[in-house]
Structure formats: C-alpha cells, structure tokens
Design a binder for this molecule. Structure first.
Ligand SMILES: [Zn+2]
Length: 454
C-alpha cells in the first residue's frame, strides 16, 4: 500500500489528502460537475473498435475503416472539446514518414495532439498520452479485425476524456493531450511527439503514458481493480558516462525524475477518494516489453507508464478466435469501465496538480566532511516557497513531513544532519499551495534533459 504521505504536509494537500474532497475547484468527480464519465469512456472505446482495425499499415484514406478514419475521429473529438471551451485547445497533427523492421515500405505517421496553453507559463508542459494504433497476433497483419479495446483504446479514451474535463478549467502551465500512432510497429508516435516537444523548446515537466488501463482480470482468473501500476525508470536513459559514474558513486539510481513522478502520483492517489492505489513498479516497463514513455526518457524528459494491475494476455495482441473453448481477442466485453474511470480520474487529478504547480527545482546538496548539510537551488518561476525533503538512503518514500517547510529562501542549512546518510530533495510551491514533485539533490535528479545541463 502507498501512504498519501508527502503531500499532506503543506497547503496543496489539505485538498488532496485525508478527508477533504478533491477541492472545490477540481470537479474531477461526478458527471453532474463535468467530471469523468464512465459512459463517455465506454462510448469512445466502442467507437474506436468500430474502425475495424487501427493498424499503422491499414488504410489512411478509407472513411470508415483503418487508422486514417480513427485518427480523424480522434481529431474531431478534440475539436468538439475545444468548441465547448471557447476554442481553448489548439489541435496540431505532427507527422513524419517512417520505416523499420515492422514497416517494410515507408508510411505516413501522424499524431493527433491538443494543446491547452498555460495562462502563466505556457512553455512548461505536462503531457498525457495513449496510442490509437492496434494489432493482432501477426504484427504485420494490417487487414484482420484488430479491435484494440484495452490496448490501447482505453488509453486513447482516457486522453480524450481528460481533455473534455480539464479544458473546462484554466492552468498556469500547459497540458498536452496526445493520441499517438505507430506504437506497435516500434514506438514511432512517441518518438515523433518527443521530437516535436524538443523542436517547440518545451520544458517537459512530466509525461503520463497510459497504455492498457481498462481491465482488471487476468486470463487465469486473478483480478485486482483497486491498483494501477505506474512504471518508472531507475538509472536515466539519457545519462552520459560522467553522470552515470557520479550517480553510481553518490546515489542517484533511485531518483530519476520519473521515479519521483511515480512517488508523487502514488501519494496523490490517496486523495482522489477512489478505491484505487498506485503500485509503483520500479522498472522502465514490463519485462521484455515497451511503451511510448521510452522515447521521451531517451531524450531526457520525465515520463512514467500507467498500466492495469493485472494484464490479460488472452485479450491483447491476439487474433479474434475461439480455440479449445477459450475466446481470444482485445474486445470491449473483457474490459472494466468503472476501473478505467478510476484510472482516468487519477490521471486528471495528477495532470491538474502538475499543471498548477511550478517546475521542481534542481537542488544541490553539500555534506562533505562536515556535521551539517547545505542544500541550495535556484528560484523556480511561479514558486513562492519550497519544501526540503529527506529520506534514508534505503527508504522507499520521502518522509511524511519536510525537514524544512515553506521556506521562501533558496537554501537551507540542516544542522546536525549528516548528509551521507540521507537523500535530500526540494519541491516548489505556488501561491495557491500547489506543490511540485520532489527533485532529488543527486546526480541526474533534475527535471531536465542531461544534455541541456552544464
Ligand atoms: Zn499498447
């Protein structure tokens, strides 16, 4: 179980922890308040399945069947949400030609992306994404029905629903809602969006990749609808030899930005008042498998993957068939929509918290040969105060309360704290009390690509 520990301590969290509702200004609950709708999620997954196949090599021109029709439908959903919020979403469709081991002839690849610009720091970006393409047993089969209800109709529906709900509100930072293509053929859509983020010069605070988030039972009958897994990398994918050596020597293998987003989302889950906890999985993805968070990590952008607690291998990447009495295929009837609604509400709460709070600072700890520890950082735009956190080097989570709470200064001298025995970190707090994730004062702990660091 994950305790809603860290976030209780300061202003934000009166609203996110303990007994208080998600906050008066955060209508994530209940359709009557413009909250997440289980019915809309189901209707969206059914609409996606209705395109027959969404394989990357399927028709782009057919008005009813194939990836092109599905993509245009997703774009229309974003445009409808935008119309409902006074055109608050900018819809863009980055595209590229791709080929690879699973794409023998070059094919046009298009992501569908809605951008909700921040009111104060529009260059600061939080991304929520899922992939719209689907597959069956043979990854090259572009013509058979490939419903892809859970993989990843669920993540695509979550993204569309998050856009509907959150576009009714305004945030200091930008939220990007992304429907990606080409995942099953080699994570092409994630790469395309990560490249786009770089071209735009975005400061990426967090990427929430949602892939297979709408089921709760495995093929062996084991079920769990009260957990969602959040995968995060340990050592950073973008680490240079120099950073890797420093992280190995001084600690940093358990404090990538993605790992600290995982801790942040896990703490947040306790405040969403759903029967849903985060099971933090401390590896970049599932064993032998991948997802669209990986291309972001390779470019140094903080990213995590949300996935169901229990996967159903009979109902993903399978030809539709009945064999020895067992039904195979990724179909709507094997999904759990109350569960998908819970995961969507958690994503919405996390996106709102991240889009309201400042960037995490990039702290440095100095404790060499002295009886105290100095922690210093540069001021962060939008921050009015900072919390300084610690945890023992072998502890999983930051302590329940900060060692220094709500300081307006950009340094802290921790008397008597022997730094060798602790991991230190700092979070930034906005005027409304919204708190960022903690960034650890270790090599590679900062929320920015290592290539851009001095
Ligand atoms: Zn997938």
């Amino acid at each position: 179980m994950t305790k809603p520990t860290r976030l209780i301590a300061w202003g934000l969290c009166a609203s996110l922890a303990a007994a208080a509702p998600v906050a008066a200004d955060a209508p994530e609950k209940g359709p009557e308040k413009g909250g997440v709708s289980q019915e809309r999620l189901k209707a969206d997954v059914e609409a996606l399945v209705g395109f027959g196949t969404r394989h990357t090599l399927s028709s782009q021109a057919d008005p009813k069947r194939g990836i092109g029709a599905a993509r245009r439908w997703a774009e229309a959903q974003f445009r409808a949400s935008s119309k409902a919020c006074g055109h608050c979403l900018e819809v863009v469709t980055p595209e590229t030609m791709v080929s690879g081991a699973r794409i023998p002839e070059p094919v046009r690849l298009v992501d569908v992306v809605a951008i909700q610009r921040g009111t104060e720091r529009p260059n600061e970006v939080v991304i929520v994404q899922g992939h719209i393409d689907s597959r069956v047993t043979d990854v090259m089969d572009a013509t058979s029905d490939a419903p892809g209800a859970n993989d990843d109709g669920s993540g695509t529906a979550l993204v569309l629903e998050a856009a509907r709900v959150l576009s009714q509100r305004k945030f200091p930072a930008t939220i990007v809602y992304a429907v990606l293509s080409g995942e099953e053929q080699g994570l092409f859509g994630g790469k395309l969006l990560a490249d786009y983020a770089k071209q735009q010069g975005w400061t990426v605070k967090a990427v929430l990749n949602n892939d297979i988030v709408g089921g709760s039972c495995g093929s062996d009958g084991y079920c769990d609808d009260t957990h969602v897994r959040v995968f995060s990398e340990g050592p950073r994918a973008d680490a240079s030899d120099k950073t890797r050596a420093a992280a190995r020597r001084f600690g940093g293998e358990n404090d990538s930005p993605g790992r600290n987003i995982s801790r942040y989302v896990a703490a947040l889950a306790g405040g969403v008042q759903d029967d849903l906890s985060v099971r933090q999985i401390w590896r970049a993805d599932r064993m032998g498998r991948g997802g669209d968070q990986l291309p972001f990590l390779e470019q140094g952008y903080p990213a995590v993957r949300f996935t169901v607690a229990v996967e159903d291998y009979d109902h993903q990447h399978q030809d539709l068939r009945t064999q020895d009495g067992v039904k195979y295929g990724d179909t709507v009837d094997t999904m759990d929509f109350p569960y998908l609604a819970k995961v969507t509400r958690l994503n919405v709460a996390a996106l709102a918290a991240l889009a309201k709070s400042p960037m995490p600072p990039a702290p440095v700890a100095d404790a060499a040969v002295k009886t105290w520890t100095d922690v210093t950082w540069k001021p962060v735009p939008g921050a009015v105060a900072y919390n300084v956190w610690r945890r023992a080097t072998d502890a999983a989570e930051w302590e329940a309360k900060p060692v220094v709470a709500g300081t307006a200064k950009t340094s802290a001298k921790l008397d008597g704290l022997r730094g060798d025995d602790w991991i230190l970190g700092v979070s930034a707090i906005a005027a409304d009390g919204s708190e960022s994730p903690v960034a650890a004062a270790v090599p590679g702990g900062a929320f920015e690509p290592l290539a851009s660091q001095p």
